[in-house]
Ligand binder design. Structure first.
Ligand SMILES: Cc1cc2nc3c(=O)[nH]c(=O)nc-3n(C[C@H](O)[C@H](O)[C@H](O)COP(=O)(O)OP(=O)(O)OC[C@H]3O[C@@H](n4cnc5c(N)ncnc54)[C@H](O)[C@@H]3O)c2cc1C
Length: 292
């Protein structure tokens, strides 16, 4: 099933190295669409109408402006179907975070708001050489980068060049994002398996693709094999640490398990802003003197 030749999904905009140069540009919100009670889909358009160049799986940094000023947040691109790359739009899937600044701003904004965007960034990419099995593991909006990845993989799925297993975790059936699209992919390709895990749904009429519990509980049933499998993990940081811990026990190395944690901005800031006490500062000054 694995291939020797490097994988290419025929993106006309792809550079030789497979990575795009980081750009900075202005965007305007074109439309908002509700996906679930806690999740909205936002379509932004480049003001200069140039194509948005990215590898499926990558993210962009958005600088928004609210009453308190500018602030930055990262979002994976969820362009899929025909619009994977080459169009001037950026599709984002964003879930509401209680007390979050971006959530407050975006879930109450109107079409027409603007932002400054930079990107693309990230290493959550389809490996250049396709493995025997590619596992995509996501929770909630962590599905976003996997939609363009699945679009890009459809020729390879059609030709049965790779087996793709999507383990997708959500609280309930209502939060099963892209249900129709994912079930259609499952229907279309023999080499695609969807396992939907609900942490809070009581399944009285369980469907073949449904499980109760967490994605982590499902990993073992696939007997992960470091010789033939590659993992892309995206979403909740705890899920990612748990899965990675488990995969290490199966013998996987870090480069075989690419991880994208959707860490909250405030948590990053707390780390950066942590102030030193007077005693700590004096200690550092003392230590520095020894090296002068
Ligand atoms: C590379 C990358 C890609 C990302 N892509 C996406 C994406 O595609 N879609 C998306 O929705 N988000 C994505 N995120 C997260 C996104 O950048 C923001 O952090 C998120 O939208 C929340 O922003 P906020 O300003 O509303 O909340 P913040 O101000 O960032 O944080 C709010 C605070 O609330 C607390 N909190 C509240 N509710 C929760 C909760 N349920 N779980 C944990 N902590 C909570 C946290 O402690 C946090 O400190 C991505 C993050 C990264 C790093």
């Amino acid at each position: 099933m694995g291939r020797d030749a490097p994988f290419s999904w025929h993106n006309p905009y792809r550079l030789g190295s497979g990575y795009f140069v980081t750009e900075k540009f202005e965007v305007r919100l074109k439309r908002i669409h509700r996906l679930s009670e806690s999740t909205l889909d936002f379509r932004f358009d480049r003001n200069d109408d140039k194509p948005v160049l990215f590898e499926p799986g990558q993210f962009f940094r958005f600088v928004f402006t609210d009453a308190a000023g500018d602030f930055e947040r990262s979002y994976s691109l969820c362009n899929y179907g025909k619009d994977v790359s080459g169009s001037s739009c950026l599709d984002l899937v964003i879930s509401f975070v209680e007390g979050g600044r971006a959530s407050q701003y975006l879930f109450h904004c109107q079409e027409g708001i603007t932002a400054t965007v930079s990107g693309p960034f990230g290493r959550l990419l389809i490996p250049e050489t396709l493995p025997g099995r590619l596992f995509l593991v996501a929770t909630s909006v962590g599905i976003a980068p996997f939609m363009p990845i699945l679009t890009a993989l459809s020729p390879a799925l059609q030709r049965k060049e790779v087996e793709v297993i999507l383990l997708f975790g959500a609280r309930s059936r209502d939060e099963f994002l892209y249900r129709e699209e994912l079930l259609a992919i499952q229907q279309r390709y023999d080499y695609f398996t969807l396992v939907m895990c609900y942490s809070r749904e009581v399944l009285t009429d369980q469907q073949p693709h449904e499980r109760r519990g967490y994605v982590t509980d499902q990993l073992g049933s696939f007997s992960p094999n470091p010789d033939s499998d590659h993992f892309l993990l995206c979403g909740n940081p705890q899920m990612i640490d748990d899965c990675f811990g488990l995969l290490r026990e199966f013998g996987f190395k870090a480069k075989q398990v690419v991880r994208e944690k959707y860490v909250f901005a405030k948590e990053t800031k707390v780390k950066v802003k942590k102030k030193l006490t007077k005693e700590q500062k004096e200690l550092i000054v003392e230590k520095m003197k020894k090296f002068q």
